[in-house]
Design a protein. Structure first.
Lengths: 478, 247
C-alpha cells in the first residue's frame, strides 16, 4: 500500500560526501598527534601544554559506562584526530578565496555562504571536519566589538580571553570525553560579546563531518560580558556511512552580571540506516556558568540525528537571581538511542531553573531523559520546574525518565511533572478524515507535542526544525 | 452521489451492518435514525474508512468505488464527517489545523493554497456567520472545549472545507437549544443542489431544524423503514420497537 512507498522514500538528505583533498594527522592518539594539531593550528606554547596536561590525565581515566545506550568499544588508536581540506590550509581571508567545492557543499546543505552574507541576518561560522572554513559578517560584528571567529583563531588573536575562560566551566579533569576533547580538540567557534552590547544578529555555526574514520572534536567557547546578550545556534550533518563516527564536543558558556546567552542546537547528524548500521556517536559535554548576578543561560536542543545521542547541556547558577533553562526535543527512530537531559546546579540565592523535555520514540528507538536538579544549602528561595513528556509510536520503542533531585534547603521548591503517551489511532483517524495523510498527521501531532520547545528557537530556524521533526519520523507508522 | 449496495460490516466477529442499502442523490438530505447499537456510527465509520472493520458489499461514491480508498483520499474527494466525539490534539492550534486541512485538500485538487491572511479573513467570516466565539481559533484543538464547543468546531470545519457529502454523526447529542440552532443553521446554510448530507441522530429534535428529504430507520444493521419528515415525528411517538426492533 501507500505506507510502504512512503517508508522507502525515507532518505537522509545530507548523506553525500564531498570529494576533496585533505590533510590528515597520522592515525592514532598519541603525543605526536597532539603536537601535530597544535603546530598546524599555530598555537602558542601554553595551549600545547594545556593539551598535553589533558592527555596525560586521559591515560588514567576510564570511559564512563553508566549510560543506558551501550556501544561497541571505540578503538581510539584507529581514528584520525585531524582532517582538513587542503585548500583551507592557509586560512582564506574572504569568502572569495574559499574553495568553491566547500561553498558548494554548504550550499547543498542549504547554507549558501555567499548569498547568505547578503540576504539573511545570520552570521555563520562553517566548520568542516577539523577546521573552520569561513565566517560571515565578521566586519559588521567587529564594529560592535563582538568577536565571532574560529576558536583556533581566537587562541592566536585573543589569548588573554581564551586562557582566562577555557576549561573554567568544563575542567580538563571533568570526565573521559571532556578530557579527550581537551587534548585533541580542533575547531569550533569563539564568541565574545563586550559589556552592554546586544548582539545585533543570530550567530550560528554549522558543523559538517566529511572525512571517514575521523573523529570530530569541537570546542566552543562563548562569553557574554556584563549586561550583554547573544543568541547562538549550531547545526550539524554528516555523510551516510556504515561506520560509526565520533563527535565529542565541549561547549562552555559564561554569562557575567546581567548577561544572557541563548544557545540553540539543531542536531541532525547521520542517524544510521533503518537497521541501525552506521551513524554518529554524539557524545557531547555542554555546560554554562551563570557566573554573574541576574544572568541567564537558556539551552534549546532539537536532537533528531545520531545513532547515539549522549549529552546534558547544564547550567551552574552561581550568581544570585540567575536563571537556567533547558528545552529539549529528542527523537529516536529506527535503532537510534538517546540519553539526554540536563543538570541544574543552584548555588546562588533566588536562582530559578526550568526544564521542558519532550522525548519521542518510534521504531526500535530508545529514549532516556536523565536530569539532575541540585539546590545547595546557600541557594535560598530557589525554584525549579521540570516537565518531562514522552511520546511513543508503535510498541517496540522505549522511553525512560530518570530524574535526580537534591534539595538542601527548606526555602526552595522543586516541581517535577512527567507524562507518557502514545500517538492515538483515533487522533490519526481524525486528521486523516480532514484530508491529511499519515505522515502529515504524525508531523502535525508531534509538532504540537513539541511546540513549547520549538517556539524557543530563533524564528529563522523554527520552520526548518518543524520540518525536520516531521521528516525524522517518516515511515515510523505502518 | 452515494450508492451503498448490500453493505455488511463486522468488528471482532460481531456483525453490525447486515445487507445495508442506500442511495443518496446530489442535493439530498437523508436522516438515519435508530436505537443504540443499530449500526449508525458503524455506517459513518465504514464510509469514512476507519480501520478495524471487516467489510462486504459495495459503495460507489461519485460513481467510483469508495471502499478501496485510504481515509485521507476520501476526505480529499469531498467526504466529510462531523465526529460524535471530536478528538483533542494538544499543542495544535485550532486555526492552524483548519488551515492545514483546507490547504492539503486544495493542494490535492490542484487549487492554490490559501495564505495565512486570506485564511484568517475566511475563518473570521465563517465563525461570525455561525455565531461561534472566534477565541476557539487560538486554542489548542478541542482541548478543554465544552461538548457544545467541540460540536460547533466540527460544523465550522465543515463550513470551511465545503464537502460534497457531509456525514453528521450524532452531532446533536448533548447540545443545548442554542448550540443546536447554530449547528442546524450551519448545515442549512450549506445546503445546495450539489451537496448531500447524511445525518445520523437519535432524536427527532434536530429534524425540526434541518428538514430532511428522507428519514430511514436503522434496525439491526439494515434499513427497516424509509419515509419523509413525518416518519421521524411518528418514531418519536411510538418508539423504535414498533419499527421492527424486537430486542
Amino acid at each position: 500500500m501507500k505506507q510502504q512507498e512512503l517508508e522507502k522514500s525515507k532518505e537522509y538528505k545530507y548523506g553525500f560526501t564531498t570529494d576533496i583533498e585533505s590533510v590528515r594527522a597520522p592515525k592514532g592518539l598519541n603525543e605526536e598527534v597532539i603536537r601535530f594539531i597544535s603546530k598546524i593550528k599555530k598555537e602558542p606554547e601554553w595551549m600545547l601544554s594545556w593539551r598535553l596536561k589533558a592527555y596525560s590525565r586521559l591515560k588514567n581515566v576510564k570511559e564512563p559506562n553508566w549510560q543506558k545506550p551501550k556501544y561497541p568499544k571505540i578503538d581510539y588508536q584507529n581514528l584520525y584526530y585531524y582532517s582538513a581540506p587542503k585548500s583551507a590550509q592557509d586560512k582564506p581571508k574572504s569568502l572569495d578565496e574559499v574553495d568553491p567545492k566547500l561553498l558548494e557543499t554548504y550550499a547543498k546543505l542549504g547554507i549558501s555562504l555567499k548569498e547568505q552574507e547578503k540576504l539573511s541576518g545570520v552570521a555563520v561560522d562553517a566548520v568542516f571536519d577539523s577546521v573552520s572554513v569561513a565566517t560571515t559578517f565578521k566586519d559588521k560584528l567587529t564594529e560592535k566589538g563582538i568577536i565571532f571567529c574560529p576558536i583556533s583563531e581566537a587562541i592566536q588573536k585573543h589569548p588573554e580571553l581564551v586562557k582566562k575562560y577555557i576549561g573554567s566551566v568544563i575542567p580538563i579533569t571533568d570526565h573521559y570525553f571532556a578530557t579527550l576533547n581537551s587534548a585533541v580538540f580542533t575547531d569550533g567557534s569563539f564568541v565574545y560579546i563586550p559589556e552592554g552590547v546586544r548582539c545585533p544578529m543570530e550567530l550560528s555555526t554549522y558543523f559538517r563531518i566529511n572525512a571517514s574514520e575521523t573523529g570530530q572534536f569541537e570546542r566552543t567557547l562563548i562569553i557574554a560580558d556584563k549586561g550583554s546578550y547573544v543568541s547562538y545556534l549550531e547545526g550539524c550533518t554528516a555523510p551516510m556511512r556504515d561506520e560509526n563516527q565520533l563527535h565529542a564536543a565541549n561547549v562552555e558558556l559564561i554569562a557575567l552580571d546581567d548577561a544572557e546567552i541563548k544557545y540553540s542546537t539543531i542536531q541532525n547528524w547521520y542517524p544510521g540506516d533503518e537497521n541501525g548500521k552506521g551513524g554518529i556517536y554524539n557524545f557531547v559535554t555542554k555546560r554554562g556558568a551563570c557566573r554573574g548576578k541576574n544572568s541567564k543561560i537558556s539551552w534549546t536542543q532539537v536532537e533528531t540525528g545520531s545513532a547515539i545521542t549522549w549529552k546534558y547541556p547544564s547550567c551552574i547558577l552561581q550568581g544570585d537571581n540567575s536563571v537556567g533553562e533547558f528545552y529539549s526535543v529528542a527523537i529516536t527512530n529506527n535503532y537510534q538511542k538517546a540519553d539526554t537531559g540536563t543538570k541544574m546546579i543552584h548555588l546562588g540565592k533566588n536562582t530559578k531553573s526550568k526544564i521542558i523535555s519532550k522525548g519521542i520514540s518510534a521504531g526500535h528507538g530508545d529514549n532516556t531523559y536523565r536530569g539532575l536538579v541540585r539546590i545547595s544549602s546557600k541557594a535560598k528561595n530557589s525554584r525549579n520546574y521540570t516537565q518531562c513528556d514522552s511520546l511513543l509510536m508503535g510498541n517496540k520503542c522505549g522511553a525512560h525518565t530518570v530524574p535526580y533531585i537534591e534539595n538542601k534547603n527548606s526555602s526552595s521548591i522543586i516541581e517535577h511533572e512527567a507524562t507518557t503517551s502514545k500517538i492515538n489511532e483515533e487522533q490519526l483517524f481524525y486528521c486523516n478524515q480532514r484530508g491529511l495523510n499519515q505522515e502529515e498527521a504524525i508531523s502535525l501531532i508531534v509538532n504540537g507535542f513539541c511546540k513549547e520547545v520549538l517556539q524557543q528557537l530563533p524564528m529563522e530556524f523554527a520552520v526548518e526544525a518543524q520540518k525536520l521533526v516531521g521528516i525524522s519520523l517518516e515511515g515510523s507508522v505502518g | 452521489m452515494l450508492d451503498i449496495k448490500s453493505l455488511s460490516a463486522s468488528i471482532d466477529g460481531k456483525k453490525i451492518l447486515n445487507g445495508f442499502n442506500l442511495k443518496i442523490k446530489p442535493g439530498e438530505v437523508h436522516a438515519i435514525m435508530g436505537p443504540n447499537g443499530s449500526g449508525k456510527s458503524t455506517l459513518a465509520n465504514v464510509l469514512t474508512g476507519k480501520n478495524g472493520y471487516e467489510i462486504k458489499g459495495q459503495v460507489l461514491y461519485q460513481g467510483k468505488d469508495l471502499l478501496d480508498l485510504p481515509i485521507e483520499e476520501r476526505a480529499q474527494k469531498g467526504l466529510f464527517m462531523a465526529f460524535q466525539y471530536p478528538l483533542e490534539i494538544a499543542g495544535v492550534n485550532t486555526n492552524n489545523f483548519l488551515k492545514t486541512s483546507l490547504n492539503t485538500i486544495r493542494k490535492v485538487r490542484g487549487q492554490k493554497e490559501v495564505d495565512s491572511l486570506d485564511f484568517l479573513k475566511l475563518v473570521k467570516t465563517k465563525t461570525k456567520n455561525l455565531k461561534i466565539d472566534e477565541k476557539i481559533l487560538s486554542r489548542q484543538l478541542n482541548v478543554g472545549f465544552s461538548g457544545g464547543e467541540k460540536k460547533k468546531n466540527e460544523i465550522l470545519q465543515m463550513t470551511i472545507l465545503e464537502p460534497k457529502l457531509a456525514i453528521l454523526d450524532e452531532t446533536d447529542s448533548g447540545l443545548d437549544i442554542d448550540a443546536l440552532r447554530i449547528v442546524s443553521d450551519g448545515v442549512n446554510a450549506l445546503r445546495s443542489k450539489e451537496r448531500s448530507f447524511l445525518i445520523i441522530t437519535h432524536y427527532q429534535r434536530l429534524l425540526d431544524y434541518i428538514k430532511p428529504d428522507f428519514v430511514h430507520v436503522l434496525v439491526d444493521g439494515k434499513i427497516a423503514k424509509t419515509g419523509c419528515g413525518e416518519l421521524a415525528v411518528e418514531l418519536e411517538k411510538v418508539g423504535y420497537e414498533k419499527m421492527g426492533a424486537n430486542k
